[in-house]
Design a protein. Structure first.
Lengths: 81, 213
């Protein structure tokens, strides 16, 4: 079955939903087709996925040093009595 | 969101014990969420000291309102919601009399965002994150986002909170979560991509070439 082509702009609009799987299967199929033939959009897809992966691995943002013990102290102090 | 491997039943039991007077168990109850609450506050305030202060206040508030927590919602979302509200309140207070920031206007969800034309930078290994430079670049990129985009990005992609829970915690619709997330992700990509073009090299330097020109 022939897939109706979609434009780059349309692909960008949906790229985030595509990554999250929040997308209609038909649109997904068209996008997959588009990525095969469009280097530009597939670079944007990879770059965007990369961002999501980089920030999501749990190392990107840490608690300040000593955060937990200061929190514990504060709670102990304020919840006393 | 990474959480301790304790069961919801255990958590509920802890909560009940805290509510019936065993205050010393409160820290144990909230301990798995301290990072989420801090990061949520930081997404609004963009400042370590303020975020820490607000996180502490949020936990104290959570303690005094613990009996109002409705068991059918997620405890983590409830805590994050409190932190976001506290952070917004602090920001409003600090900015009072100064100006209303333009980026707080709700005018932007429409209209397309056009990603900048970088050639691909397909493989940035996560190990690169141990490098301070890259962490700083992430922080800077995040700071460059308008708050409404940053909040959604932090919830979804840093805290791995679901679309529905993000909508709940931020008080916006699920459709807005998706639209804002799209903008945030594309902007994050744009903000980060050029840095990989020689500003720092990771591993074997196999992805030095980033720009087509």
């Amino acid at each position: 079955m022939a897939t109706i082509e979609i434009s780059c702009i349309h692909v960008w609009r949906e790229i985030s939903n595509y990554i999250d799987g929040e997308i209609d299967p038909e649109v997904r199929r068209r996008m997959e087709e588009h990525f095969k033939g469009c280097e530009h959009c597939s670079a944007i897809l990879d770059g965007t996925k990369n961002v999501v992966r980089l920030v999501g691995d749990g190392h990107a943002f840490d608690l300040p040093r000593g955060f937990s013990s200061r929190l514990k102290d504060r709670l102990e102090k304020e919840l006393k009595g | 969101m990474k959480q301790a491997s304790r069961t919801p039943e255990y958590e509920l039991a802890l909560m009940e014990r805290v509510c019936s007077g065993e205050k010393h168990l409160f820290y144990e109850l909230i301990q798995p969420y301290e990072r989420s609450v801090y990061i949520a506050a930081h997404s609004v305030l963009q400042n370590e000291a303020d975020a820490e202060e607000v996180a502490q206040e949020a936990f104290l508030k959570a303690f005094s309102h613990l009996s109002t927590f409705r068991k059918e919602s997620k405890f983590s979302t409830w805590l994050i919601q409190i932190a976001i509200n506290e952070a917004r309140m602090k920001r409003r207070k600090d900015r009072k009399g100064l100006y209303e920031s333009i980026d707080q206007q709700n005018t932007d969800d429409e209209g397309d965002y056009f990603p900048r034309d970088f050639a691909d930078w397909r493989e940035i290994p996560s190990e690169a994150l141990q490098r301070n430079e890259l962490r700083q670049a992430l922080q800077k990129a995040l700071a460059s986002l308008d708050e409404k985009y940053r909040e959604v990005f932090v919830m979804r992609d840093i805290q791995n909170v679901s679309i529905a829970e993000t909508a709940l915690a931020l008080g916006i619709t699920e459709a807005s979560v998706k639209t804002r997330l799209l903008r945030a992700r594309l902007q994050m990509r744009d903000a980060l991509a050029p840095g990989f073009d020689g500003a720092w090299k990771v591993g074997d330097g196999s992805w030095k070439k980033v720009r087509p020109w």
